[in-house]
Design a protein around this ligand. Structure first.
Ligand code: IDP
Ligand code: MG
Length: 140
């Protein structure tokens, strides 16, 4: 399996509780390298566009409000099989269903405030990375 990249977001519930370092340690311990990272305040337009795929879902407006409720840390993770590996270390969307060792089981507050986002396919990863980063900002 070749090296791959995926887009990760540490969500406002986690930055608010000062968990950026603990979450980054989980990525690094799993063999994922943080090759780009920035802390930022999303605008409503950015959060809405990023989650546009969920526009018709009942939780969309709440999700956008949550994602702009405080700073996020957007990051590019790189490693073997990075998309699937990151989904594994994140755990299930609903922390009650997430396996014990995962980020969401350890840190998430709820199905909405679930501490991390991770791309769900290589194609979405490429699109989501270019949503936040120029190629020159990614430094393996
Ligand atoms: P994922 O983040 O595990 O890929 P998605 O289904 O893509 O999950 O949903 C995107 C985000 O929307 C979730 O991470 C979570 O923050 C929020 N979300 C998903 N399902 C619900 C729900 O049933 N209620 C409230 N928020 C939800
Ligand atoms: Mg998703």
């Amino acid at each position: 399996m070749a090296k791959e990249r995926t887009l990760s977001i540490i969500k406002p519930d986690a930055t608010r509780r000062n968990l950026t370092g603990k979450i980054n340690a989980v990525f690094e311990d799993a063999g994922l390298s943080i090759v780009a990272q920035k802390r930022m305040q999303l605008t409503p337009a950015q959060a809405g566009a990023f989650y546009a795929v969920h526009k018709e879902r009942p939780f969309y407006n709440d999700l956008v409000s949550f994602m702009i409720s405080g700073p996020v840390v957007v990051q590019v993770l790189e490693g073997e099989n990075a998309v699937a590996k990151n989904r594994d270390v994140m755990g299930a969307t609903d922390p009650k269903k997430a396996e014990a060792h995962t980020i969401r089981a350890q840190f998430a507050e709820s199905i909405e405030a679930n501490s991390v986002h991770g791309s769900d396919s290589a194609e979405n990863a490429a699109n989501e990375i270019s949503f936040f980063f120029a190629e020159t900002e990614i430094l393996p």
